[in-house]
Structure formats: structure tokens, C-alpha cells
Write a protein that binds this ligand. Structure first.
Ligand SMILES: Cc1cc2nc3c(=O)[nH]c(=O)nc-3n(C[C@H](O)[C@H](O)[C@H](O)COP(=O)(O)OP(=O)(O)OC[C@H]3O[C@@H](n4cnc5c(N)ncnc54)[C@H](O)[C@@H]3O)c2cc1C
Ligand SMILES: *[C@@H]1O[C@H](CO)[C@@H](O)[C@H](O)[C@H]1NC(C)=O
Ligand SMILES: *[C@@H]1O[C@H](CO)[C@@H](O)[C@H](O)[C@H]1NC(C)=O
Length: 561
């Protein structure tokens, strides 16, 4: 819609000149543009959605409307089937609306047939079975606003307010509670999908299990997700957060590994500020009665410093390696990285963490990532693709130290986000397949006493920002460095998260990710190839193919088998 308005404006007489002036302003003075235009729009949008969500929750019986909305999606898919169109299906949600950085050319190039999936509501909270059933466009902010006051949370609640259940389920979702609960999909008990023949099915560990197992990492290529049932657990109103500043890379990595594997803390996270300096953090749920009020810190308040700056201050203040403790309200903790979009906002609004800005306008940030993407000029898009890195890589925990060195060598950018992930092995006689994530080599025995499942600990390293080479005005080749990091990750049997830019070839991609079960499910549930293959959606090289007839990609996949 907004992009149509922009397109229409561009076609007006004198628009060329005005457009040049406008884009120059938007590029050169990005920070001011964001403050003056993007922030107010973001706020209005949020207010609109909050009011809408409140009204829907209060006055409408959401489940009944849900079935109608699902019918509508079924009808759209049946119409596509009957039309005989060879265009592949994807959601009509604009590429700019997604938090993921890629621009998704297939959404605008006319290569795809788009299905509108307007599913924004929380459906039912089942306190007996401890689950919440939601529609896929429900986002993390909406869910934590709803569950926290009731004393509940979902076990893996990724940090940014705008991340959606659908994206986290069909893509990937990780949080610093993932050392206990695994990925977002590990906490999901049931899915409802509309398949390419227009039928609506639900699947779980006990029903249509083969389909259920194939959904994580499938990136919307098996069907349209229409509802997700997620486990909920009791939460407490505060988190006791302990900060451990580390000044030696070996000690830092060892401390992080120890806390992740012991599982004494509910949350384990680390931020690295240089090759040697990092702050390891462990968090545990506490009740209000346990809070030491002198150490309470409501980090979510509008005038509070950005969280990554706050954490860095522990490093500067505490050269003696002693730990410090703070008590943080739960929602403030969950969304600690929302306000500064991890640390991406620093480049967009450089004055954003200045005390004066925070006191006057701190309540208005962050701008919505979707509006930031929508208002990117071509030049900014190019800068993001060539001079900026957004990557998350999962590597076995034992490789943490080595991987940090590789990141230093290739990207040299800080802070880095470090987050644990415990990969449980759910395979059994009935479902011996692993899907997408290969069976880790180290899974010989359960991790902790009394645990039934075998598992292996991984760690996610996230690099978001501008590499040092670019800051130093030296040459930086995003593709070449990206490929070097991918090569390393493949070598240590790790995985690249697919929301970001991936430069792998199809063969590399298929050797990093196990396609055996996926391919089977793809031919069983999407025999007519209405959806593309994962590779065609997420990898740069695959996306290029899509524009010139996505058919080819699927054909190649079939030949391989
Ligand atoms: C600044 C930033 C911070 C981030 N922080 C985190 C973080 O803390 N933790 C984390 O885990 N990840 C994080 N991510 C990455 C994030 O996990 C991915 O972007 C994720 O896929 C969710 O994004 P989204 O909700 O925008 O989904 P999208 O990117 O829009 O969707 C991801 C995939 O899911 C599919 N999909 C979505 N809805 C449906 C549906 N209804 N039916 C079928 N398929 C569907 C889409 O086709 C798409 O391929 C971050 C990314 C950025 C840029
Ligand atoms: C809990 O789950 C059981 C079994 O799936 C179901 O029969 C029951 O209705 C559920 N409880 C509620 C309150 O929905
Ligand atoms: C979640 O996804 C991962 C990766 O595909 C998979 O190994 C795991 O078994 C899934 N969890 C559940 C509960 O199905």
C-alpha cells in the first residue's frame, strides 16, 4: 500500500527533481529523516495495532473468525490451483514488512503469486494444558504484553517486539533461554496449515508427525501456516541478572560454556565488545519479594541507556572481574534489545543514546524496522548489502573461541551477540529422520543427570553492523567474506541462519542442511510444486533463479534425488 503511494507520487510531473532531492536528503541525513518521519509513523502504527488487538481480544470471539479467515486462504489457494498458474506461492506480506533484512525481490518482481494471510490474533489460552494458540502474524511484543501480566510466558521469547510467530516457526527462533528449551519450534506442540491443494490440516508429534517434523526451517515452502499452538510456562515478574565482565577470550568462552551447560540459570547470554572483552550474563526468574530494591533497574524506561551500552559499562567499571547483580522487570528484560534494535540504531540515529535525546524522545524509539526498510533509498539498500553485515551462525559450543577468531578476522565488528542453543535429538524408531539440522556428532549421551533426550550444545554468534574495514575506508567484499565465514561454519558442522544473506551454492546448501526428509515431504504435500524450494527463497543465488522461472530450481532439486 505505502509503496503504491510512493510509486504514484514518483509518477507526478516534477517528481523526478523532487525525488532526487528527497532521496538525497533521505540518504545523507538518514538520522534526521528517521527522527522526523519514521518515528512518528511507527508510533501511530503501534497505537493502531494495540487498540485493534485490545478490541479483538475483548469483543470478538476470535476462534470463529479464525475459521473464516482460514477458509479465505483456502479459497485463494484453490483459485491458484484452478487457474493452472505456474507462478509459485508466497505470502502477500511485503518484503519490507519482515524484520529479516533481505529485500526479497521475488515479492516485487512478479515472479510469485501472493496469498494474503491476515492472521494477527491471539486465539485461546488453555491454562489446563498450558498452551496458547495464536495466528502466525502475532508478534512477540503482542504476546509478551498479553502473557506477562497473567504470570505466563512462552519458553523461548525472541527479543524484538516485531518478530512474528510464523517467521520464528517456519524460519528459526532463538533466545537466551534456548540452552534449556531449544529453538522456538521446540516449544510448539501443534500447527495448522493450508496445503497446496487447498486442504487445511493440523499436525503435531502425534498427528501427521512427518509433516510436523518438516516444518521448521521450511521457510513457508510446504504450506501456509494458519495457527500455532505454543507451550506456556509460569513466569515471575523479575529477572535477577548477573553480569560477569571477562577480559580474556579463553576465560570468557569457558565461562559462557559452563553456564550454558549447567543450566542453573534461566537465561544465558554474552555480548563481546572486542576479541578479548565480553560480558557474560546469567538471568533467573525471581518474585517481587526477592528483589533487592537498591539493585532494581527498569532498563525499559524511556530515558534508560541502550542495553548494549549499559552492559559495556560493566566492563569499563569493573576491571577486577567481579560480577554485579541487577533486578530487572520481566518485560523490560525480554525486550532489552528492542529499543536499540540490538545495536543497529546507533548507525541510524547516532545521537540516540545521548541523555538529552533519551529524555526528550527516548519513548519514541525504536522506529519500526519495517518503516526503516520501506524508506530505504536505493543507495542505502546498496550500502546495506555491500558495507554492512547481518549474520547469525550456529556452531558447536566447543568451537566458540575459534569461531570468534574467524569473525574477528573476516568481519571485525563489535558487539557480537552470543546465545546458546541446546539441540535435542527427538528421533526415535517411529521418526528416525532429522530434518534440516543434521544430527550433531557429539550426541552420545544426555547432558544432565536424569535427562531422557540426547542433545548437543551449540552457540549462535550474531554479527550485526559495519565491519572495521569499511569504517577504515578500506576495501570490504561482503560476498567474499560472507563465503569465507560460511565455509568455516560448514567445516565445523555448524549452520547458517537463513533469514540473512546467504551466498552458498545449491550443493553447499544441500550439504549444510539435511534435505532427505524435507524432499520427501515436499513431493508428498506439494506435489504440484506450488511453493518454491527453500534454497530459491533464502539464498542470493536461488533468488536470482526465481526471477527467471523458479521452475528450474524445483526441477534441479528433483533430479538430484
Ligand atoms: C535486527 C534483527 C534482530 C533479530 N533478532 C532475533 C532474535 O533475537 N532471535 C531470533 O531468533 N531471530 C532474530 N532475528 C532473525 C529472525 O529470526 C528472522 O527474521 C525470523 O525469520 C523472524 O522474522 P519475521 O517475523 O520477520 O519473519 P519473516 O522473515 O517474514 O518470515 C520468515 C519465513 O517464514 C515464513 N512464514 C512466515 N509466515 C508464514 C506463514 N503464515 N505461513 C508459511 N510461512 C510463513 C516466510 O515465508 C519466511 O520464509 C533478528 C533479525 C533482525 C534483522
Ligand atoms: C486439554 O487437552 C485435552 C487433550 O488434548 C483436551 O481434551 C482438553 O479439552 C484440553 N483442555 C482445554 C481446557 O481445552
Ligand atoms: C525443531 O527444529 C529442529 C531443527 O529442524 C529439529 O531438530 C527439532 O527436532 C524440532 N523440534 C521439535 C520439537 O520438533
Amino acid at each position: 500500500m505505502a509503496s503504491h503511494i510512493i510509486d504514484a507520487l514518483v509518477k507526478l510531473p516534477f517528481a523526478d527533481k523532487a525525488y532526487d532531492i528527497a532521496t538525497e536528503f533521505m540518504t545523507e541525513h538518514r538520522g534526521w529523516f528517521v527522527i522526523i518521519f519514521v518515528l512518528p509513523f511507527s508510533l501511530l502504527f503501534d497505537i493502531f495495532f494495540q487498540i485493534r488487538a485490545a478490541i479483538v481480544m475483548r469483543f470478538y470471539s476470535a476462534p470463529e473468525l479464525h475459521n473464516e479467515r482460514v477458509k479465505n486462504i483456502q479459497n485463494q489457494i484453490k483459485a491458484h490451483l484452478e487457474s493452472g498458474s505456474t507462478k509459485r506461492l508466497c505470502t502477500a506480506r511485503g518484503g519490507w514488512q519482515s524484520i529479516s533484512p533481505g529485500n526479497r525481490d521475488y515479492k516485487t518482481s512478479g515472479a510469485s503469486h501472493q496469498i494474503s494471510v491476515n492472521l494477527y490474533d491471539i486465539l485461546t489460552l488453555d491454562e489446563e494444558n498450558m498452551t496458547v494458540r495464536v495466528e502466525p502474524m502475532v508478534n512477540m511484543g503482542q504476546l509478551s504484553h498479553y502473557l506477562t501480566p497473567l504470570g505466563y510466558t512462552i519458553p523461548v521469547l525472541p527479543e524484538m517486539d516485531d518478530l512474528t510467530v510464523g517467521g520464528l516457526m517456519m524460519g528459526v527462533g532463538i533466545e537466551c533461554s534456548s540452552h534449556k528449551y531449544g529453538l522456538f519450534n521446540d516449544t510448539v506442540v501443534e500447527l495448522e496449515l493450508v496445503l497446496s491443494d487447498g486442504s487445511c490440516v493440523s499436525c503435531s508429534k502425534t498427528k501427521n508427525r512427518e509433516l510436523f517434523d518438516a516444518c521448521p526451517w521450511s521457510y513457508g515452502t510446504l504450506g501456509m501456516l494458519t495457527a500455532v499452538t505454543i507451550k506456556v510456562m509460569k513466569s515471575k515478574p523479575f529477572v535477577r541478572l548477573e553480569y560477569f565482565p571477562c577480559y580474556d577470550k579463553k576465560k570468557g568462552a569457558a565461562l559462557f560454556q559452563k553456564h550454558s551447560e549447567e543450566q542453573m540459570a534461566d537465561f544465558v547470554e554474552s555480548l563481546a565488545y572486542s576479541q578479548h572483552e565480553q560480558v557474560v550474563m546469567t538471568g533467573t526468574y525471581v518474585d517481587a519479594s526477592e528483589v533487592v530494591y537498591a539493585e532494581k533497574n527498569s532498563i525499559g524506561l524511556w530515558y534508560k541507556p541502550w542495553f548494549f551500552k549499559h552492559v559495556q559499562s560493566k566492563l569499563l567499571a569493573n576491571k577486577d572481574e567481579g560480577s554485579t547483580v541487577e533486578y530487572i522487570p520481566l518485560r523490560d528484560y525480554f525486550h532489552r534489545h528492542t529499543k536499540a534494535i540490538f545495536w543497529e540504531l546507533e548507525q541510524i540515529i547516532p545521537v540516540g543514546n545521548h541523555p538529552v535525546f533519551r529524555f526528550l524522545l527516548g519513548w519514541a524509539v525504536p522506529p519500526k524496522v519495517s518503516f526503516l526498510k520501506l524508506t530505504q533509498t536505493q543507495k542505502i539498500k546498496e550500502l546495506y548489502e555491500t558495507q554492512h553485515v547481518i549474520q547469525d551462525m550456529l556452531v558447536p559450543m566447543s568451537k566458540l573461541g575459534e569461531a570468534l577468531d574467524v569473525f574477528k578476522k573476516q568481519y571485525d565488528l563489535y558487539p557480537l551477540w552470543i546465545c546458546p542453543y541446546k539441540a535435542y535429538d527427538y528421533t526415535d524408531a517411529e521418526a528416525p529422520h532429522r530434518c534440516f539440522l543434521r544430527k550433531p556428532e557429539g550426541t552420545k549421551k544426555p547432558f544432565l543427570e536424569g535427562e531422557k533426550l540426547r542433545s548437543e550444545m551449540y552457540v549462535d554468534i550474531g554479527a550485526y553492523g559495519i565491519p572495521q574495514a569499511v569504517l577504515d575506508k578500506k576495501p570490504f567484499d561482503a560476498v567474499a567474506t560472507g563465503r569465507k565465514v560460511e565455509e568455516y561454519v560448514a567445516k565445523v558442522k555448524g549452520f547458517q541462519m537463513l533469514y540473512a544473506d546467504s551466498y552458498m551454492t545449491k550443493d553447499e546448501f544441500r550439504s549444510m542442511f539435511d534435505h532427505v526428509h524435507y524432499d520427501k515431504m515436499k513431493s508428498k504435500y506439494d506435489a504440484r510444486g506450488a511453493f518454491p524450494e527453500v534454497y530459491a527463497k533464502v539464498c542470493k543465488k536461488g533468488q536470482a533463479l526465481w526471477g527467471k522461472g523458479g521452475e528450474k530450481v524445483a526441477e534441479e532439486g528433483k533430479k538430484k534425488k
